[in-house]
Each structure stands twice: as C-alpha cells, then as structure tokens.
Ligand binder design. Sequence first.
Ligand SMILES: Cc1nc2ccc(C(=O)N[C@]34C[C@H]5C[C@H](C[C@H](C5)C3)C4)cc2n2c(-c3ccccc3Cl)nnc12
Ligand SMILES: [Mg+2]
Length: 344
Amino acid sequence: YHMKVETESVQSFLNCRDDHSIKDFDKFHFSPRSVPYKHMPCYVLKMFGELGFINTWRIKTTTLARFILFVKKGYRDAPYHNWVHAFSVAHFAYLLMVNLNLIKNDYITSLQGLAFLVSCLCHDIDHRGTNNSFQTKCGTVLASLYSSEGSVMERHHLAQSMCILNTDGCNIFESLSSEEYSEVLDLLRNNILSTDLTSHFRMAEQQREMISAGFKKNDPTHRKLLLAMFMTCCDLSDQTKDWRVTKKTAEQIYDEFFSQGDLEKSMGTAPAEMMDRERASIPDLQVQFITNLVLPLFKNLADLFPAAQPLVDTIINNKNVWKHARHLFQEYSQNGTKSMEILL
Ligand SMILES: Cc1nc2ccc(C(=O)N[C@]34C[C@H]5C[C@H](C[C@H](C5)C3)C4)cc2n2c(-c3ccccc3Cl)nnc12
Ligand SMILES: [Mg+2]
C-alpha cells in the first residue's frame, strides 16, 4: 500500500513539466481552477521554484513535495473551502509577486514572500464548511479551544499548519536559521489570522490611511498591513476572474452557506439571511459584498500598484452582471426556477 501511495505521490509531481496545454499561467486573467486537479501539487512546486524559494531557502524538493501532499490531504471536501480554493489562493499570491515584482522592488522580503505563499496554501486547512459564528453559536470543539481569542477557524487552520510542519520529513523551513525560523512562523500566524474577514474590516481603515498617506517600505506596521491586505486579495481573488469563475464560486459558497443555514435551523437557531436559502437573494448579497469589501480592497491595491487596475475593471464588470441579474432573479424565482441556472 505504501508503495502505491509513494508512486502515486511521486507521479503527481512529474506530469506538469510536460503539460504544455497551460498558457498564461503567470497572467492575472488566468484561472487556476482550470488547472487539471491531479496537476495542482506539481504547479505548487513550480511556483516555489519560479519564485526562487527552493534555492534561496535551501528547501529539499522531497520535503516540499511531501509538505504539499500533506497540506492537500488536510483539506476536506467542502463545496468551496477545499484544496482547489487553497490552490487558487496560493496561485494569486504567486501572480502578485510575479506581476508586481514585490520582492525585486522590496515591497516584501524573500522570507516574507515564502511565508506569504505558504500561508495562502495553508490558510483554510481542515475547514468544515461552517463559519466562525457557527462554531461559537453551536459550541463546537473548535469554539471551546479558541472562541475566547476570536477568529476560531483561522486559529485552527494555523494549528493544523504547524502540525504539518512538525511532521517528519515535512518541515520546509528546516534549513532556516533560528531567527529566520521564528520570523517565518510569526508571519504565518499574522497572515493566516488576517484571513478572518471580521479582522479585515478593522484593518481596512488603516490600510486606506496607509495608502493615501503614502506607503513606507521600511515601516514594519506598513509591511504588516500590506501583507494582511495581500492575504485578503488572494482569498477573494476569484472575484478578479471572468464571470463564469465568479458565478461558479458564488454557487459553491452559497451551497456551503445554505447547508450551514439548514443545519442551524435543524438545531433550532435562526440563520443569518445570507445563510438562509428561503431569504437570501444571491445577486443582492454579491452586489453588497463587492461594493462593501471587494472593490475598496482592490482599489487600494491598484492605488499602490497601477498594474493591478485591470483587476478592478474586471470586478466592476462582474458587479454589473450581478446587478443586471437581480431583476432576472426576481422574474424567474417566482416560478421556482433554481435561480443560478438562469445565468449564462
Ligand atoms: C463571493 C464571496 N461572498 C461572500 C459573502 C459573505 C462572506 C462573509 O463571510 N461575510 C461576513 C459579513 C459580516 C462580517 C464578516 C463576518 C460575518 C458578518 C460574515 C464577513 C464571505 C464571502 N466570500 C468569501 C470568504 C472570504 C473569507 C472567509 C470566508 C468567505 Cl466565504 N470569499 N468569497 C466570498
Ligand atoms: Mg478562511
């Protein structure tokens, strides 16, 4: 059996070298969800290589390969919060570093870049398809562990990531010096905890001020705010792709949300509107989410990096499609059509 697992896992790292069907992998418009599922681990390895992390941080390829497979295995088969989501979030981190030359123009150091990519890959490990308020409301084990500090799920994702790093043959940071090691773990913690949207709302104001006052490259607070901003951009990067991608993502997210709402109803608690399939209007919720969260965030990014402006334009396009879809939904949902099917 072990032989089978080993050969299978080795196999999953060989086949992207000869996969010439993938073009534009380095471009903002590329959808990482179009990469064949079985090639994803190999493309993660490729991203580490292209960014120079394997050489700079003396990462053993076998260790990195094993780490990637353990991270992949750490994800559950949730409708949205699964390995494909993790791969797409990590891919956007790669796109930011490559297209905005973040390390070359020393917006971030190579160590911060390494931590950034690893954080994206690990940021939702072992997600159960239910959010923080569900953990606290239903008194789950994770809530008993972390609800006093908040960001319950994010603390669990961090804990799971640490477990993998402490697993034999998986510690990709083993060649780092002790101060580099403690810095990279600190970065992992800050990055993963910053993917809690509640804390994003708190930092959004400071990010706005930082951008308008002028970003200072050697200001440690600015660095922290910038990395937190990047993490949220990666987490929401499906919004920067064409309509088909954002529509499919919405289907997966509301599949998860509505299942949580059903669960809450069966437990006798009333779900939030966005979790309640009887009350939620997906186009309205998406217009709000894009207006209140996604657009301000990517406008900040484009203010600092003009090369990111096309992302803002795509987001505005998608928002207009949702606005246009709103009245289509009202018309169709009268006669019970499963609303998302009406959208091309
Ligand atoms: C397309 C899309 N729509 C989304 C609509 C809504 C929410 C959402 O959690 N809203 C909030 C709204 C307020 C203040 C906080 C805490 C709660 C109360 C719930 C956030 C997320 C959405 N989201 C995400 C996403 C990003 C990070 C974590 C989890 C997810 Cl699901 N990624 N893509 C999307
Ligand atoms: Mg998360």
